[in-house]
Design a binder for this molecule. Structure first.
Ligand code: GLN
Length: 484
């Protein structure tokens, strides 16, 4: 059962081949068997999952419920889940039991999905390897000495190892797509504002966006359908109507214009990864697409721009963790200043502190214009590059990441090299456009992701392009031998 797609599982539930309770127990068993080795779960919500599964079974027996009713899933631990620990991968929130649900949690719950637990992640979603978590590093199921990518590494590892059929993730600079690429799964970052950020612990509010992490594009369409939509609780939520994402999955790709930005194939790209991407692009040519080279001239500025904007916003967002209202509080504070400084000093890890310091510096009087304002101006140029590109092409393609997964610890002491993992993904966040990663092959047994970037609200088109590709390839069906 664990190798079936949502559509297959849903058909099995409706036909009475198995119940949601059986399905849930089956996945909980797999989590018990493999979860620890991968370190991908922070919380397992066994009891609540069984209650939800039984409720789903009652609905299914009455012929009620939808395609997601009774399907197990898990959330990245950045989403507030009522009554459960919501740690965001940090000691700061290790003792935090959320009093409410994130909108995304409510949406998937009302669709009848069964939440099995909360997934490990980089601390406050800052990282590209899932090594900054207070709960320890997550391991990549394709090679357990390697990282799963980050920050949604627990989500990617759990889906790749088939411990859950689907998971949620969040993407501020690549955290859905890069781990999806490293673990050989499908991940979609929607248009900024398409999915509610309410109850999703904020990292960099103008960049953060939640999305599905699944086995394939068909499943991603179903999950996005349930997640997308206006939310009055999120002031940046968009009111545009949500289309039927599954309806266009099989559209013909003849005449689809695909742009390959030459900046995505520069000297920073591993040559073996480049070959895999070339073969994938060739598949699209066979499917009728027209391929042309394009240029995104300001792309090399995306990493430096991001590392001003994201830390600046994070330094403001994380000021709420002060040891007073919730989260970690130091022991025996001498006075208020001691309470603030020791609670934050002891509660945050090294990467989070580094970001807060960079951000506070970039925002400080005298430096604001030179750094933050400048970064916002460059951000605009990067958006303009995409805008111009989409006058010529429908979809932009390239590698999701410059390399395949790397060894645990290999880049842990080299933040700059770690930051470059997101060189091809950050642009979409700065511009607010949708992008996804689909499995496209392997280099020395390690998965490679193909990135598809689209114009605002083109999620349907991206899913269509991904689905057609997945019909003629089987990379997304490969499972790491130990977890088959
Ligand atoms: N790896 C990037 C960072 O460390 C992106 C993280 C993310 O998308 N949440 O900030």
């Amino acid at each position: 059962m664990h190798n079936q797609t949502i559509t297959e599982l849903s058909a099995g539930l409706k036909a009475g081949d198995f119940s949601s309770e059986e399905l849930t127990c089956g996945f909980l068993q797999r989590i018990a068997q493999h979860g620890e080795a991968l370190n991908c779960f922070i919380t397992i919500a066994e009891e609540q999952a069984l209650v939800a599964a039984r409720a789903a079974d009652v609905l299914i027996a009455k012929g009620e419920g939808g395609i997601l009713t009774g399907i197990p899933m898990a959330h990245k631990d950045i989403f507030c889940t009522k009554g459960h620990k919501t740690s965001c991968g940090s000691k700061m929130l290790d003792n935090f039991i959320s009093p409410y649900n994130a909108t995304v949690v409510n949406q998937l719950e009302s669709a009848g999905m069964v939440m099995l637990g909360k997934l490990n992640m980089d601390e406050f979603a800052m990282g590209s390897s899932n090594e900054t978590s207070y709960y320890g590093a997550v391991r990549n199921p394709w090679d357990t000495n390697c990282v799963p990518g980050g920050s949604s590494g627990g989500s990617a590892a759990a889906v790749a190892a088939r411990l859950v059929p689907v998971a949620t993730g969040t993407d501020t600079g690549g955290s859905i797509r890069q781990p999806a690429s490293f673990c050989g799964i499908t991940g979609l970052k929607p248009t900024y504002g398409r999915v509610s950020r309410f109850g999703m612990i904020a990292f960099a509010s103008s960049l953060d966006q939640a999305g599905p992490m699944t086995r394939d594009a068909e499943d991603a369409a179903l999950i996005l359908q349930a997640m997308a939509g206006f939310d009055e609780k999120d002031s940046t939520s968009l009111e545009n109507e949500v289309p039927d994402y599954s309806a266009g999955l099989n559209n013909d790709l003849t005449g689809l214009k695909i742009g390959l930005p030459k900046e995505f194939f520069d000297e920073g790209l591993d040559s073996e990864v480049a070959k895999v991407i070339e073969v994938a692009v060739e598949e699209y040519r066979k499917l009728g697409a027209e391929i042309k080279e394009i240029s995104l001239p300001n792309m090399q500025l995306s990493v430096p721009t991001y590392y001003v904007v994201a830390p600046a916003e994070c330094s403001a967002n994380l000021s709420r963790f002060d040891g007073v209202r919730f989260g970690y509080r130091c022991e025996n504070p001498a006075d208020l200043n001691d309470l603030y400084s020791r609670s934050r000093g002891e509660g945050f890890g090294a990467e989070v502190k580094r970001r807060i310091m960079i951000g506070a510096y970039a925002l400080s009087a005298g430096y604001y214009d030179a750094y933050y304002l400048k970064a916002q101006q460059v951000r605009k140029l990067i958006s303009e590059d995409f805008k111009k590109a989409f006058e010529e092409v429908d979809v932009i393609m390239g590698p999701t990441a410059p390399s395949t997964t790397f060894g645990l610890g290999e880049k842990a002491d080299d933040p700059l090299s770690m930051y470059l993992s997101d060189i091809y993904t950050i642009g979409a966040n700065l511009a607010g456009i949708p992008a996804m990663s689909v499995p496209a092959g392997f280099v020395a047994g390690k998965p490679v992701g193909l990135q598809l970037v689209g114009n605002y609200f083109s999620e349907g088109q991206l899913l269509n392009a991904a689905h057609r590709y997945q019909q003629v390839t089987d990379w997304h069906q490969r499972v790491p031998a130990e977890f088959a």
